[in-house]
Design a protein around this ligand. Structure first.
Ligand SMILES: Nc1ncnc2c1ncn2[C@@H]1O[C@H](COP(=O)(O)OP(=O)(O)OP(=O)(O)O)[C@@H](O)[C@H]1O
Length: 353
């Protein structure tokens, strides 16, 4: 296996009472699209800024490409950075903005012109070189910022919520575009966001941060399907966190919920939280397909229409609420008692936060 391109070891940073990095360690592999996901104040930006050299840690080390960079100034780290506010120069045209990124690379004028053109093509702005940046839309301005940051061929591109100022439709297009740019350049991307969908759509791996530490670091599929703690589960829309009871019998683990019981795969997790995660779309209305499924009775308390699907707020026999999603039309109505089942693999054991 190749050595990681970035190694963070025991990073600690304090600002008064805020501790945005608390003994934070993490490796990022070469060529990876790595995302730090967390709520506001969880420390994502500070950790990114420490990688960039815009802040120094109080303790700990930052190794990039096998070299200790902890105290190296930003301009000697060979990293690119893209921020939420586009940070492009209004007095320069598009081409000049991108060429600005080449100024310290010793690129000849002829080569610079060709490089600028290929970067503009890479970000989908072919032929935009002489445009005034003030005439560009927010999404186009951000493409210019990305092209400029990639111009000197940085070993890592750091992106701090670069899409959050854009409207929903453009943001989605840019998510695909960024993933594309990442694949075509092979550059390592480290991305910061508080948007779960953005993290899941683009990343190879996602680290979920809480209070200066990461709670889980996994592939998008793994983290979405098997959140490790209630904090991570709550972060992903549509995931229910329920109080349950775990029982061990003959080397097996069973979960009891609202009078029902099913065997679960504990995935090596600590059972002491007594919390169970169930994603809304994994709730099946009707009898169980297998004897190992969990089967429950519930009452429909409310139905919320959401266009592509509806949310069913179900009250279980123990008084807890389970929110299920259903994409097809159904004759079920508020007040009905329904029989539901959940496949054992969709009963996810949560560790304590
Ligand atoms: N320069 C600073 N001076 C004082 N406190 C700071 C400074 N930078 C960050 N903090 C504090 O550190 C904590 C973490 O901030 P940080 O911006 O890293 O979090 P974040 O997860 O990126 O949040 P957001 O998504 O809101 O940017 C916050 O409580 C913040 O107020």
């Amino acid at each position: 296996m190749s050595e990681p391109i970035l190694e963070l070891r025991g990073l600690h940073k304090r600002f008064g009472t805020a501790v945005p990095a608390d003994d934070f360690s993490m490796d990022v592999d070469r060529g990876e699209f790595f995302t730090m996901l967390g709520p506001s104040g969880s420390g994502k930006s500070t950790i990114l800024r420490m990688i960039a050299g815009l802040e120094y840690p109080d303790r700990g080390s930052i190794v990039i490409n096998g070299r200790d960079m902890t105290r190296v100034p930003p301009w000697d780290r060979h990293l690119g950075m893209v921020f939420q506010n586009y940070a492009i120069f209004p007095h320069l045209d598009v081409g000049q903005n991108v060429a600005y990124g080449l100024r310290k690379t010793g690129t000849s004028k002829v080569n610079a012109k060709a490089r600028v053109e290929s970067l503009l093509a890479l970000v989908g702005l072919e032929g935009f070189g002489e445009r005034n940046v003030a005439q560009l839309s927010g999404g186009e301005q951000q493409r210019v910022a990305i092209a400029r940051a990639l111009a000197p061929n940085p070993s890592i591109l750091l992106l701090d919520e670069p899409l959050s100022a854009l409207d929903e439709k453009i943001r989605r297009e840019m998510q695909d575009e960024l993933r594309n740019i990442h694949q075509r350049t092979g550059t390592t991307f480290i991305y910061v966001t508080h948007d779960q969908e953005e993290a899941l759509t683009m990343s190879d791996r996602v680290a979920v941060l809480n209070a200066g530490a990461y709670v889980q670091c996994d592939t998008p599929k793994e983290i979405f399907r098997y959140p490790r703690t209630p904090f991570v589960a709550h972060f992903f829309r549509g995931c229910n966190v329920l109080q349950a009871e775990y029982r061990r019998r003959d080397d097996k683990v069973f979960v009891a919920l609202a009078g029902a019981e099913a065997e679960v795969d504990p995935r090596g997790r600590d059972l002491s939280s007594g919390c169970l995660a169930i994603r809304g779309e994994t709730v099946h209305f009707g009898p169980p397909a297998a004897t190992s499924d969990m089967a429950l009775n519930a009452t429909i308390e409310a139905i919320t229409y959401r266009g592509l699907y509806s949310n069913y707020h179900l009250k279980l026999a123990d008084g807890q609420t389970l929110e299920a999603t259903l994409s097809q039309r159904s004759p079920m109505a508020v007040g009905d008692t329904v029989y539901i089942s959940i496949h054992a693999d969709n009963l996810v054991v949560l560790e304590p936060d």
